[in-house]
Design a protein around this ligand. Structure first.
Ligand code: ACM
Ligand code: ZN
Length: 517
């Protein structure tokens, strides 16, 4: 093994870069260091300055790289469209004794180069305030890096428990540090509707509140007697989208349908098969009351809701849920049965395909694309709808992949971050690979990537929430980014120590390593 390879063991970047060569010497950041940017890198320059200034106490100037005379002690950010590209998100980070150079094809690559640079500095760089005189020294290194998958996601359920703006932004910050780029926001549930829809105010005045919450696990029907409520105004949502966009994270909103909709039915019971009444559910699990698939008013309502959602969210992709839909009510509803007859459908399962296709067509007609949980899969499902796999037969998924359908993998066995560490240990989570066995190579590209869901039946506050998310999300991020052959759990654990210190400095809780295995 060469000295360079030995030295790379001391580099604690997560996700592990594709290629690293440590050379001799080091660069030290000091109060004379400057950031040099070309016209296209100004925003990234500002972002880097905001990371470096507080802890170091420096006030690092940003200069135009064409006009600046500085040749030493500089951090250069530059776009190089001629650089040979492997991937639109790639970057090169070179550190010599004279300076730091981050170059990339696109701004997103520069941004990711900054995340690697951050992790080469002492963890104390994450501190929001001056931390005293420390040596901000970095070993000379050359990194060439790009992601394995283009979809590197995390899902948060804010329906079961509401988490405010600050929590979402804190998570987005960690995702950025991990080079993750999809935040899937599960905004509606049986237990709460969390997104303001101007045309239907009762979704908030009724749907965002419940009188109490189940506690003690799925088999216990005890409740806490404590009201729970919360929602995001459209203004909050715009603010969070803007925060995410600056971190190159796309936010995919999920509006669940036709099931998991008790909060909407409590607000507007006429959208159900029976007419209600209903309450926003204090209990978890699967609920039999779902949107009526026979009533036109349901489609009008959902189109109105989606209009406001599409107006708010720039995301090309919109999530419509589709999981866990009991057919009990549809079987007994005259409107649903009439729909089955009039549309020439076979049964209630066909009715679910009709429902999803109708919504997918509506969303497509607005230039967007639908994703839904794997229960929506069917040969007649619109071709460009993305499947999100969580459970069920892999042989069926393989067939859909062979037929050209795109998938995001969220396997319940390895990626459900709400599961206990006994069920999904850190090492098990890290060992996950999304490429299905026996899937021919030419279809691998239909697997867009990975998303780890965090359902929130039980965590009632952010400390509790973070204990489940971290450190498993950090393992997921490495699987999303690092080539399979570069992954190694022992190496990951060594690098994790530094990453966890960064979380600690930001006041983010996590489960200790010895309790995760
Ligand atoms: C799911 O866990 N019901 C997608
Ligand atoms: Zn019905």
């Amino acid at each position: 093994m060469t000295i360079e390879n030995e030295k790379t063991k001391l580099i604690s970047i997560i996700p592990k870069p594709v290629r690293m060569t440590v050379t001799s010497g080091k660069f030290t950041l000091n109060n004379k260091t400057k950031i040099l940017v070309d016209e296209n890198c100004k925003k990234n320059g500002e972002y880097l300055k905001k990371i470096l200034d507080p802890a170091t106490g420096f006030n690092i100037p940003i200069e135009d790289s064409i006009k600046s005379k500085s040749e030493e002690n500089i951090i250069i950010l530059s776009l190089d469209s001629k650089q040979k590209t492997i991937n639109q998100e790639d970057y090169i980070l070179k550190i010599t004794q004279q300076g730091i150079n981050i170059s990339a094809h696109a701004s997103i690559g520069i941004f990711y180069g900054i995340q690697s640079l951050r992790q080469l500095l002492s963890e104390k760089i994450e501190a929001p305030k001056f931390v005293g005189d420390i040596n901000w020294t970095i070993p000379c290194i050359e990194i060439r890096d790009y992601p394995r998958f283009k979809w590197r996601g995390f899902m948060l359920d804010v329906g079961r428990h509401f988490f405010g703006k600050e929590v979402i932004m804190q998570i987005l910050d960690v995702m950025a540090l991990l080079k993750m780029n999809v935040f899937h926001w599960h905004l509606t549930e049986d237990q709460g509707w969390r997104i303001e829809i101007k045309k239907y105010p009762k979704l908030i005045s009724i749907g965002s509140k419940r009188k109490e919450t189940q506690i003690g696990g799925f088999s216990s029907f005890g409740t806490d007697g404590i009201p729970h409520e919360g929602y995001y105004t459209q203004e909050d949502i715009r603010e969070i989208i803007s925060y995410a966009t600056k971190r190159f994270i796309n936010i995919i909103p999920e509006i669940e349908m036709p099931g998991h909709t008790k909060s909407a039915l409590a607000s507007y019971p006429e959208l159900s098969c029976t007419g209600g009444p209903f309450e926003v559910s204090p209990l978890f699990g699967i609920h039999k009351d779902v949107y009526c698939a026979g009533k036109e008013s349901v489609f009008n309502f959902l189109q109105d809701v989606l209009n406001e959602v599409m107006e708010l969210f720039p995301s090309e992709i919109i999530h419509i849920g589709g999981d866990e839909v009991p057919k009990d009510r549809w079987k007994e509803c005259t409107d649903c049965q009439n729909r089955i007859k009039n549309e020439g459908l076979k049964d209630e399962n066909d009715l679910q395909v009709y429902f999803i296709n109708r919504i997918a067509e509506y969303i497509s007609s607005h230039g967007r694309r639908v994703i839904g949980w794997n229960e929506i899969l069917h040969d007649d499902l619109e071709k460009n709808v993305i499947g999100q796999y969580w459970s069920g037969l892999k042989s069926i998924i393989r067939e859909h992949l062979r037929n050209g359908r795109n998938f995001v993998m969220s396997n319940v066995s390895h990626l459900y971050l709400d599961y206990s560490y006994e069920a999904i240990s850190l090492s098990k989570c890290y060992a996950f690979d999304p490429i299905l066995r026996k899937l021919e190579e030419q279809f691998h590209q239909n697997i867009l990537g990975i998303e780890a869901p965090m359902w929130t039946e039980w965590p009632q506050n952010s400390e509790w929430l973070y204990r489940f998310i971290f450190p498993r999300l950090i393992a997921v991020a490495e699987t999303c980014w690092t080539p399979k052959e570069n992954k190694n759990f022992e190496s990951f654990k060594n690098r994790l120590e530094s990453f966890l210190k960064r979380l600690e400095i930001n006041g983010i809780n996590y489960t200790k390593l010895e309790e995760t295995i």
